[in-house]
Design a protein around this ligand. Structure first.
Ligand code: ADP
Ligand code: MG
Length: 599
């Protein structure tokens, strides 16, 4: 065989199928492109319907500008676009994917149909199959466009095989529509599945109400507004309080200039804004919208890919993180017990035990309030904290009115504070009763003090008269070495004297228990390997706090209780432990009165 004969031109339809594959990866990409076209056409109402029969059929209808017959025919051709004329336009818009490729790509790998009508003229129907024109005919329709796509990937079996289960694809489509509904306020979105309306958000509905409608559970009342500016960029949107967090990240929606995007960097910025109110691998609900000059979107990223990069990524990162942190700091995140008490007062069934705050954690339910909890039953593990928080979601209410600080002030002013079940501190307040979880409170204090000491590089050390030896499992020893700097900054003085053995010469001022080796071992176990330097400091402080704090079941003397509350009042964020569990909760007087029939 001659050298020259090896390179061949690919047939045109193959090229088109390959190009199509880059733009259209899955049914949700079809929805993305069609909805974006509808928005470009100035639609104010967009209806996305899908039908799950033997095949997934997708239709997107809009009330936008519509197309005259010639345009409707041209729309399916590659590089046919009404949006880019000159090179300067191209610079301005190319990052949002205006390249005249989407409809051609969709038509190349499906059976597609456009029915479109401009104002004051008849409608046209154009049908395509695998990139070939099947028919053009007159039709009837009010102004606007409906694009219907079925039999996706019928002629690219390899790609068709890669489609996930229908349910997964439908969820991705739904997320796509939701993302647009948050990004494009002022445009109505309806999502219909098999003829049933899944949601309908009219054009007038605000982003906050959209989130409330879609996520439910009374989210609307709890949402925190965020906002801020930096240079030419601005951010706006809404975030959930930490206790509405979930184990998956897909409740976080981002948009730039009215279009949904994915950005791992900005997602991280949101999570850092929550730090340290969220446990690791917990994610809030959020809709965060950025406005930035087009030129700041990195044009080198493939325009059809959702993952977007920014020229001034660091600035945007800080803007988002700061706005989120500010919103959370401004909110007194003190939960209260109104919901369960009201249920009791109304003579209804008490809320099921497992839905009460901390019920799983303490092993006690509302009705067993009088029985002591199992000693040491409050677990420190993250998983349990998550479970408790998930359960608490429906029963807790974020305090409104009185700021969280005022709540703490009244705690300090309380004439008497009772330690109940060797776990909770109970005090009278102007508004009713306050409950403090002694473990999470102490944990919070130690965490913040630890972070401050790390930042100021001023460890509070306590030399040991008799140095202790610490023998660790090899993996734990590596972990300790990796976090050595952070541990030293906290006040630990550790020296390696064997491969996995250390000499402990000093420990932080505040320590736990008699068995120093076991205590440090537990701290080390909690540290993660391969984390970033910043992450290591936070983790070391969190682990130290968690393993050093008084536990549920520890008896506290009155002086210790006072000292704990005084230090708590000084904390920067006294309302949640480093894992995100609540520290303070309140029972309102009016709810107690209702309970006893005084109201
Ligand atoms: P692009 O959006 O990059 O221009 P598309 O292939 O998505 O490329 O669309 C091609 C053209 O078809 C658009 O430029 C527009 O003129 C027209 N078009 C597509 N969808 C609609 C719609 N829903 N309403 C009006 N015109 C549309
Ligand atoms: Mg388009």
């Amino acid at each position: 065989m001659s050298e020259a004969g090896r390179i061949r031109r690919l047939p045109r339809d193959v090229i088109e199928k390959i190009a199509a594959g880059e733009v259209i990866e899955r049914p949700a990409s079809v929805v993305k492109e069609l909805v974006e076209n509808a928005l470009d056409a100035g639609a104010t109402e967009i209806v996305v319907s899908i039908d799950r029969g033997a095949d997934l059929r997708i239709a997107v209808a809009d009330d936008g500008l519509g197309m005259v017959p010639d345009d409707a025919r041209l729309a399916f051709e590659r590089h046919a676009t009404s949006k880019v004329g000159a090179q300067s336009d191209l610079d301005a818009v190319v990052t949002l994917g205006f390249r005249g490729e989407a409809l051609a790509a969709i038509a190349a790998v499906s059976e597609a149909e456009i029915v479109s009508a401009p104002a004051h003229a008849g409608a046209t129907r154009v049908r395509m199959r695998g990139g070939e024109l099947v028919a053009t005919e007159a039709a009837a329709r009010a102004r606007g466009t409906t694009v219907t796509v079925s039999n996706l990937f019928f002629n690219t079996p390899a790609r068709r095989k890669f489609l996930k289960r229908d349910a997964t694809e439908v969820r991705a489509i739904e997320r796509e529509v939701i993302a647009h509904a948050f990004a494009a306020e002022g445009v109505g979105f309806t999502f219909i599945e098999n003829g049933e309306t899944r949601f309908r958000l009219t054009a007038q509905i605000s982003v906050a109400t959209r989130m409330d409608t879609l996520f439910g559970g009374g989210l609307g009342d709890e949402l925190l507004a965020i906002g801020g500016e930096a240079g030419d960029a601005s951010v706006s949107g809404f975030i959930s309080p930490p206790r509405r967090s979930r184990g998956i990240a897909d409740g976080i929606y981002l948009a730039v200039n009215g279009r949904p995007i994915e950005s791992r960097a900005l997602q991280r910025a949101i999570l850092q804004g929550y730090e340290p109110l969220l446990a690791s691998r917990r994610y809030p609900l959020a809709a965060v919208m950025l406005r930035i000059p087009f030129a700041q979107v990195d044009p080198n990223v493939h325009p059809t890919k959702r993952e977007v990069r920014f020229v001034a990524e660091q600035d945007l990162f800080r803007l988002v993180r700061r706005s989120v942190a500010r919103a959370l700091n401004g909110a007194g995140l003190v939960p209260d017990f109104s919901a369960p008490i009201q249920a009791l007062a109304q003579g209804g069934e008490p809320a099921p035990a497992e839905r009460l705050p901390f019920a799983r954690e303490s092993g006690a339910s509302w009705s067993s309030w009088n029985e002591p909890p199992a000693r040491g039953a409050a677990p420190d593990s993250l998983r349990d904290a998550d479970a408790a928080r998930a359960d608490a979601t429906s029963a807790l209410e974020v305090a409104d009115g009185a700021s969280g600080r005022a709540v703490l002030e009244s705690l300090l002013a309380a004439p008497a504070i009772l330690q109940a079940h060797r776990t909770y501190l109970v005090a009278e307040s102007v508004e009713g009763l306050l409950l403090v979880d002694q473990h999470t409170a102490h944990e919070r204090i130690l965490f913040e003090e630890g972070l401050a000491r790390i930042a100021a590089k001023s460890p509070a050390r306590q030399p040991l008269l008799v140095p202790a030896t610490l023998s660790l499992a090899p993996a734990d020893a590596r972990r300790l070495e990796e976090h050595a700097d952070a541990l030293a900054a906290l006040g630990f003085d550790l020296r390696a004297i064997g491969p996995d053995t250390f000499l402990v010469e000093a420990v932080p001022m505040e320590r736990r228990g008699e068995d120093i080796g076991r205590w440090i071992g537990e701290i080390v176990e909690n540290l993660a390997r391969d984390s970033s330097p910043q992450d290591r400091l936070v983790r070391a402080a969190r682990s130290y706090a968690c393993k050093t704090a008084v536990r549920a079941g520890d008896t506290l003397r009155p002086a210790e209780i006072r000292s704990l509350l005084t230090r708590l009042a000084r904390a920067e964020n006294p309302f949640a432990c480093p894992h995100g569990r609540p520290v303070v909760a309140r029972v309102r007087l009016r709810d107690i009165e209702r309970l006893f029939g005084r109201r």
